[in-house]
Design a protein around this ligand. Structure first.
Ligand SMILES: [Zn+2]
Length: 125
């Protein structure tokens, strides 16, 4: 049930908070500061983040979409600025994207957990 004090969904996603209580952390520290390990459960409401083996396979689709959404503007910008052939532009876009790939992968997990909890929520026991 929504309450007036519950943080916004977007804010909770960006802060990588538990989708159910919006207080507990999904990762041990922010994914924007490194490559943290994931918490097994929410420290506040005990929500299990990885519901089953292979659970984060779906996050790969989100990660792929995010990758394309980030690389495409880079490629277009490179093409507009340099006029390089498409092959060279794509290679450089991929190379420029690579440093962000680990963070995108972890962020896709957060989005996957939120999507999954929206479609098939695990209720408090
Ligand atoms: Zn929680």
């Amino acid at each position: 049930m929504e309450t007036a004090t519950k943080p916004s969904t977007l804010g909770s996603i960006l802060q990588q908070r538990c989708p159910r209580c919006r207080i507990g952390n999904i990762f041990r520290y922010s994914i924007f500061r490194g490559f943290p390990n994931m918490c097994e459960r929410c420290s506040i409401c005990d929500l299990q983040f990885e519901r089953e083996p292979g659970y984060f396979l779906g996050a790969m689709y989100i990660s792929y979409c995010l990758g394309v959404l980030i690389m495409a503007p880079i490629a277009v910008l490179l093409w507009a600025l340099t006029g390089w052939w498409i092959t060279k532009v794509i290679i450089w876009a991929v190379l420029l994207f690579l440093p962000f790939a680990p963070t995108i992968t972890l962020f896709a997990r957060v989005l996957w957990i939120y999507l999954d909890q929206r479609i098939d929520p695990e209720r408090l026991r």
